[in-house]
Design a protein around this ligand. Sequence first.
Ligand SMILES: [Fe+2]
Ligand SMILES: [Fe+2]
Length: 375
Amino acid sequence: MKSKIKSIETKYNQQRREIFNGLKNLDRRSFLKVSAAAMGAAVASGLPASNSFCPVSVAQAADSSGSKASFRFAYISDSHLYEKKINDRFVRALLRAVEDINNLDPQPDFVFYGGDLAQLGQPKELDLGAQILKNVKAPLKMMVGEHDWYLDMGQKWRDLFGEPTYSWNYKGIHFVTLNSVVERDFWTERGMTPMERMMTVAGLDNGMQSPFSVGTPQRRWLQKDLADYSNDTPIIVFSHSPLYKLYKKWNFWTDDAKEVQAILNRFERVVVIHGHTHQLLTNRIGNIHFHGMLSTAWPWPYAPEGMPKLTIEMNRPDPFNPNDGCGNGQVNVHPDGLVDKIYNLWNRKPITVARDYTASWGSRSIPLKPNLASF
Ligand SMILES: [Fe+2]
Ligand SMILES: [Fe+2]
């Protein structure tokens, strides 16, 4: 006779199976069931339940026409999905981010995905990510990361999400999304297979790959895209790598950052929001304000040198909690185009880096320093 008492392992495997069966044909109704199951598994494993957001005050609209009203968007990044048979923690993390954001009331005006949806650019990884992200209630905008691209040079990603470089206007702001992870060809003369190329790029610090760049064709496109806009137009740029030179050995770096900044710096207010670094990161160069966002998968350590002065570093993540240092985020866009960035750290209180902090070069609205050493 079968025992009615299930071992923890059996329960876990059953829940895991339920989650993945549910993912097979994920429509919005089954998403709720699946994400509830994922959350159940997280609670059973001792992880804290879904974060409830702190209320965020949104500034008053500048004019009644609504063309320059304040608004909010949400941000998810760097989920690094493996195929589900290999790893499901990262899958659960992305489900959690989607559920967190779907629970926001009011809903954000859109949700931006900051790149590295896949771990090794596998079609199955990208399909799984697309399937989960189609349950985001608000309109979704996508950006590419190096982990999505270098197996097939972006073919699958483009099939799913379209071209990686684009711009649009919304409530008085001009938005631009770039592919900042363009690499010089290091693979052809070495006779590398697509997988070897992917693994090399994913390694970040193996010294064989080239530094990331935006590249000449996209810089030309950017120049042209911005040509019709006056210097007082607020500009928000999304890039995967930071559009400045932070730490080359880990490719926390964009090689032609200076050239890109030169295109942007005639504008009075520019905000660059990036993924890739998986940590709290804030910088300002001239009128360009840079904000690094969190990963849902894991936190990277801080670079050993070259950290921007404005960065308030996050607490050292707790190595016994796989969700610590991970999360998603929100961005409050003010009518002048500058933003409050809110880190929704899943294991800690949300941290806000206010617009006033970068606008005043860090002299006002200073966020609280972490009470633990950063890492
Ligand atoms: Fe990443
Ligand atoms: Fe990345």
